[in-house]
Design a protein around this ligand. Structure first.
Ligand SMILES: Nc1ncnc2c1ncn2[C@@H]1O[C@H](COP(=O)(O)OP(=O)(O)OP(=O)(O)O)[C@@H](O)[C@H]1O
Ligand SMILES: [Mg+2]
Length: 473
């Protein structure tokens, strides 16, 4: 074999390697040649567009996909006009008529000054869009009221009292609290006990949506404002007369925060691309899981917006600051899952109580609820919850503490004797719990910065985002 052969072989190998890497990536990648024919189409792209690569590869893009009138393919724009486009939302259809919505980054490939192809890197937001739509559809369904808030501690009782007072006015509210402390529960309860109760309650997470989309979601659009824009009301209009919950306000860009401030002050909005002003009467409840003073210092919260919003500020206590509520909540959740799972769990044994009471609950009430739900998934006809029913993280704690105590050994034996499906179920839960825990920790340490947390966890940003969605963190 001469060197030339070797080179070709290593080129082929390199090519294969690159293609297999492309298939592992969690964003869609679509590359066309100078004729607009697809030459690279990775696995994620197949999922996003619900297509098989054989139906797309080596075909003219326009033979496979169709675009609405006035909308052209960003990929072809890059190819024909050499345009680099970032974070462009595009809605189009595959050859079976399925609607696809993506956020694209597109750029031309140039060689010696001429364009001989184009690359598109794609994130799928079809699901996200559906999610937003269902959120809006569910706007009347704010489920919680003060009766659902469990807690007997001093801290809880005083925050409930404060919140009840806030139901009498339309003033903006800022709710500050770690993840899982009940910010949503409080926001809904306030709405439902206010004069706005039979008007919409709409909640929108500011962190879940790319900035370019967020503005049109909040304020709406006028037809033709940008390619593909329709006459569409934003959430402010949808929530008119009611309450708009802006979750994770500290993730909203400073520019949008400024715009929000103007809207709150002027009580008017203008759809994007429109000159008409619409009067609105919406109560804003914003939440942040970060100390607002720190958020201001780190340029994640505008001071002027903070002053405007913090007319009423509710600081929700963490669960570890009100340990006396832990068992009360645990019994409440046992009751809830008894109903949901049609089970008859009556109590927890003492070691369970001790573990629950002593754990630090970084995920607060949500973590506690998941612990109980997870435990009840592992129970069969037992009436009393044992420590080995608890999620791995809590269970391990006991094991560590009781390292030399014989009962710990018995517990392990118990697990070994259980049937395989039970053990598998248990394993699945434990993996989920553990993963969730580490993700939450990493996010806490990175103050919610996804890229940083992903790095700390040794996973890609995309796979972290996937897990956040999967576990609804
Ligand atoms: N005081 C409480 N009584 C009963 N259930 C509660 C209470 N606080 C929270 N929960 C339950 O805990 C879960 C998390 O609450 P919620 O969604 O309000 O938290 P959050 O503060 O909005 O968290 P995140 O910042 O992660 O969005 C929900 O399932 C809710 O029902
Ligand atoms: Mg929330």
């Amino acid at each position: 074999m001469d060197t030339k052969d070797l080179n070709i072989e290593s080129l082929i190998e390199m090519n294969e390697l690159l293609l297999s890497i492309l298939d592992e990536i969690d964003v869609g990648i679509h590359v066309v040649n100078e004729k607009g024919e697809t030459i690279i189409y990775n696995k994620r792209m197949m999922e996003i567009e619900s297509m098989d690569s054989k139906d797309v590869l080596h075909k003219d893009l326009l033979d496979v996909f169709s675009f609405e009138k006035n909308q052209s393919s960003t990929l072809l724009e890059a190819l024909r006009a050499g345009k680099v486009r970032k974070n462009i939302k595009q809605t189009y259809f595959n050859n079976k008529g399925k609607e696809i919505t993506t956020i694209n980054n597109t750029f031309p490939i140039k060689k010696n000054g001429t364009i001989n192809g184009a690359v598109e890197i794609v994130e799928d937001i079809t699901q996200l869009k559906k999610h937003i739509q269902t959120r809006v559809l569910q706007k009347q369904n704010s489920r919680y009221n003060f009766d659902n808030i469990i807690g007997d501690s001093e801290a809880m009782l005083s925050i409930i009292e404060e919140s009840k007072k806030a139901t009498r006015t339309p003033s903006s509210i800022l709710i500050v609290g770690e993840t899982g402390t009940g910010k949503e529960v409080f926001a809904q309860s306030i709405h439902n006990e206010s004069g706005r109760a039979n008007k919409p309650f709409i909640s929108q997470n500011c962190a879940a949506i790319p900035e370019s989309l967020m503005e049109s979601i909040l304020f709406g659009t006028k037809k033709g404002a940008f390619t593909g824009a329709m006459d569409k009301p934003g959430l402010f209009e949808e929530a008119n007369g009611g309450t708009l919950l802006l979750d994770e306000l500290n993730s909203l860009s400073p520019a949008l925060q400024a715009k929000l401030l103007r809207v709150i002050q002027e009580k008017k909005i203008r759809r994007i691309g429109d000159i008409r002003e619409i009067e609105i009467d919406v109560r804003i409840i914003a939440t942040t899981n970060e100390d607002p003073i720190e958020a201001i210092a780190n340029n994640r919260l505008r001071k002027d917006l903070y002053y405007r919003l913090s007319v009423v500020t509710l600081f929700l206590p963490t669960l570890r600051e009100r340990r006396e509520d832990i068992l009360l909540l645990a019994y409440h959740f046992i009751g809830k899952y008894n109903r949901l799972f049609d089970m008859r769990v009556t109590d927890m044994d003492n070691s369970v109580k001790e573990v629950l009471h002593n754990h630090d609950w970084p995920g607060n009430v949500r973590e506690l609820e998941h612990a109980i739900e997870g435990a009840m998934n592992l129970m069969e006809d037992e009436r009393i919850m044992r420590v080995d029913h608890l999620p791995a993280l809590l269970y391990r704690k006991v094991k560590h503490k009781a390292e030399q105590v014989p009962t710990a050994v018995h517990m392990d034996e118990d697990i070994n004797q259980e049937d395989t499906s039970h053990t598998l179920k248990q394993l699945k839960y434990k993996i989920k719990e553990t993963e969730e825990y580490y993700i939450k920790q990493a996010l806490e340490e990175s103050k919610g910065n996804i890229a940083q947390a992903a790095k700390a966890l040794g996973m890609s940003r995309q796979s972290l985002q996937y897990r956040l969605r999967k576990y609804q963190i």
